[in-house]
Design a protein. Structure first.
Length: 396
């Protein structure tokens, strides 16, 4: 059992990081290393790298999953939940409050600062496509897979085509990766000992993924449908938080839950905040409910989108050394990562560019934002603030 002192230490450390960790998932991992490897010495570099590798293999928000794993390593399940909730709390609260502000406007199509946030989203996604493409598609086979995935989801929009693209690319390189030299792993008996709870966690993850769509269809209850949509998005996001953009859009826009303008404005605003990008779900859930207790919808969406990551990390962490020794698993990861670069490339064109860029001035401002963010390394919050101001100027 975790003692109160450990939990308060974990909560305080991750709450502070949730208030100060600007820069996205890669930057978050750097903050975590400085705090927990160098300063607090909770673990060494090798153990930290091992934890990061597992979380990058799994779908979901990598930095939030690393927070969950570090908390679990320190104080069990209670420590894991304390770390994860503390890390996301500041940005989650900010995004829910922002949703109340957007809802009070009545329309998000005209204000210039909201138009500027959509232009900021163009820069953020463009830089993400470039940086992820360089890292995850270093050779032509993976570049071709990424382009094929982008073409598929542009020609056949929808969740099924996105899932099909990820699955097809993963299968293609899983077969090719079967001959990869295995890494040293622990014997199955050792890794499976005293971990029945981990298997149950993985079983619950799969059960919810299968049952929630049926429950939403049978009951017709909107809260069940919301939980299903955000749970599936959290279950299928490979490659980082930015990839949640096309998955969530395909869930909330066609159903009429959130308008295109409000969706992109919230996504742009999320870039200015510290902590995990997945707290964008809190903004969407709040807008979907659109009543005085709309924050309950935000909390529901947040729980749904983070739950898959918690179940997966809790279920696979004890078996990680065995999993990483399998060549086909390494190949499948490479293929899935290539596919998500393609998904993000498709999302950059539609809806990000098609909805935000309406003329030459818009294109010039978006290009300037790309230079600031990707070349000059300007902090994301500063770029978002500049774009909000530029949006006011553009619509004069």
């Amino acid at each position: 059992m975790a003692n109160t002192r450990n939990l308060s230490e974990i909560g305080g450390a991750f709450l502070r990081l949730g208030c100060t960790s600007f820069g996205g998932p890669v930057a978050h991992l750097g903050y975590f290393r400085a705090e927990f490897v160098e300063r607090r010495r909770w673990l060494d570099d090798a153990s930290y790298a091992d934890t990061v590798a597992l979380c990058q293999l799994l779908p979901g928000p990598a930095s939030s999953q690393v927070a969950f794993a570090l908390g679990m390593r320190r104080a069990g399940l209670a420590g894991a939940l304390t770390a994860s909730v503390s890390f996301m709390l500041p940005s989650a609260v900010a995004m829910i409050l922002f949703a109340y502000g957007v809802a009070s406007l009545g329309s998000v199509q005209n204000p210039g600062w909201l138009h500027g946030l959509k232009l900021a989203a163009v820069a953020v996604v463009a830089v993400a496509v470039w940086s992820m493409g360089r890292k995850l598609c270093p050779d032509w086979p993976r570049r071709i897979l990424a382009l094929a995935a982008a073409a598929l989801v542009l020609l056949v929009p929808g969740t099924l085509s996105q899932l099909g693209a990820i699955a097809a690319c993963a299968l293609a390189l899983a077969w090719a990766g079967g001959d990869a030299p295995p890494e040293p792993g622990a014997p199955p008996a050792e890794m499976g000992r005293r971990h029945a709870w981990a298997a149950a966690s993985l079983g619950l993850f799969a059960l919810l993924l299968l049952v929630l769509p049926l429950a939403a269809r049978i009951t017709g209850v909107r809260d069940v449908a919301i939980f299903d949509s955000f749970y599936r998005a959290g279950s299928l996001v490979f490659g980082g938080g930015h990839v949640v953009l096309p998955l969530l859009r395909s869930e909330v826009i066609p159903r009429g839950w959130v308008g295109e303008g409000a969706f992109l404005a919230g996504y742009g605003a999320a870039q200015a905040l510290p902590g995990p990008l997945f707290t964008f779900a809190g903004y969407l859930g709040t807008l979907i409910q659109s009543d005085p207790r709309a924050w309950c919808g935000g909390v529901l969406a947040l729980f749904a989108i983070f739950l898959p990551g918690w179940l997966l990390v809790g279920g696979t962490y004890p078996f990680w050394r065995l999993l990483r020794s399998l060549g086909w698993a390494q190949g499948a990861l490479r293929g899935a990562n290539a596919a998500v670069v393609g998904l993000l490339l498709a999302a950059l064109y539609r809806p990000v560019i098609t909805d935000a860029v309406g003329g030459v001035r818009d294109a010039a401002v978006a290009a300037a934002a790309v230079v600031l963010l990707g070349v000059l390394r300007t902090p994301p919050w500063a770029v978002v603030a500049l774009m909000a101001a530029a949006g006011e100027w553009l619509l004069r």
